[in-house]
Design a protein around this ligand. Structure first.
Ligand code: ADP
Ligand code: MG
Length: 292
């Protein structure tokens, strides 16, 4: 493309809150066949709120939430913030914890009032040899609603579960439809559970999902699609997503997300609105058409 046409395209993008790093990012984006999107914070608002607290036998809701919040006070995960805020809203007394440990991609553990408490996904429970029993079924039902369900265990026994929901951004469904219409293959990647991911994907008409993936898995997924001969863009918001953004032919960062994601990206969506991806694609295609 001519320098002039690229300046015009990047200028138009900037006016619309779509920051295109350079000519190369624009040219590459015109050729992209597949777009991998992170779920939390990209398709969804990234501001989960507590929706459910279901104590197991021998526990009540206030106690369950107290224990959960005591642990999550030590975590910076968006899920943790939702649990602490939700517990406070519901009037559960806030307790202190010690020996806090974050288990990446799984949850948190620590001591609360002399009891060993763990909070996280099924993988964490399996690691700790906690058998969730009936709670597993309830978790499945909550996940089918697109919620993230987390188990709480006390001294090696299930104490209940808590669930949070994260709203799909208003602009997401339209953007996904438009990108499909533009011929892009859309793939969802998330650290969340398969059932939760499937519920969200179904609502958005996304037919390819990779759930329960670690940041390294996201990176590997980008590489795998590239090896299939596809030109790959990856959109994400988190520190977690930065390696995959860098690995992709074009990384797309949410301006509302982590700084390192923005630094790894060829395109930044200032308002974190996926409509910006549609606009960027149209600008890129128009620019490339003009020069051929
Ligand atoms: P994402 O891609 O959704 O940002 P993460 O890798 O951060 O996923 O987390 C994956 C899963 O691990 C979460 O869906 C949750 O079940 C569990 N998890 C991680 N951190 C926490 C935490 N602080 N509290 C509870 N659960 C957690
Ligand atoms: Mg995320």
């Amino acid at each position: 493309a001519t320098p002039m046409s690229i300046m015009v395209a990047t200028g138009r993008g900037a006016n619309a809150g779509v920051l295109i790093r350079d000519a190369e990012a624009l040219e590459r984006f015109a050729r992209v066949d597949a777009l991998i999107v992170d779920k939390t914070g990209t398709l969804t608002e990234g501001k989960p709120t507590l929706t459910d607290a279901e104590p197991a036998e021998g526990f009540d809701e206030a106690e369950l939430l107290s224990l959960a919040a005591a642990l999550e006070r030590g975590s910076e995960h968006p899920l943790a913030e939702a649990i602490v805020a939700g517990a406070q809203d519901r009037g559960a007394p806030v307790k202190d914890s010690s020996d806090f440990e974050a288990v990446t991609g799984k949850g948190v553990t620590g001591m609360v009032e002399g009891r060993k408490v763990a909070l996280g996904n099924a993988a964490l429970m399996a690691d700790l040899s906690v058998e969730p029993g009936k709670l597993a079924e309830r978790a499945g039902a909550l996940q089918a609603e697109g919620k993230t369900a987390m188990f709480v265990a006390v001294d090696g026994r299930p104490a209940g579960l808590v669930a949070v929901a994260d709203r799909i951004k208003e602009t997401t469904p339209g953007a996904i439809r438009a990108l499909h219409d533009l011929g892009l293959r859309i793939v969802m990647a998330t650290g969340d559970a398969e059932a939760t991911a499937m519920a969200v994907a179904k609502e958005l008409g996304i037919d390819e999902i990779h759930a329960e993936v670690s940041p390294e898995d996201k990176n590997a997924l980008v590489r795998r699609l590239k090896e299939e001969g596809l030109s790959v863009a990856m959109a994400g918001d988190g520190v977690n997503d930065a390696p995959a953004l860098a690995e992709a032919d074009v990384g797309i960062a949410m301006g509302t997300g982590a700084d390192v994601a923005v630094e790894s990206a060829g395109i930044t969506l200032v308002k974190g609105d996926l409509g910006g991806i549609v606009r960027a694609r149209k600008l890129a295609e128009a620019t490339m058409r003009n020069i051929r």
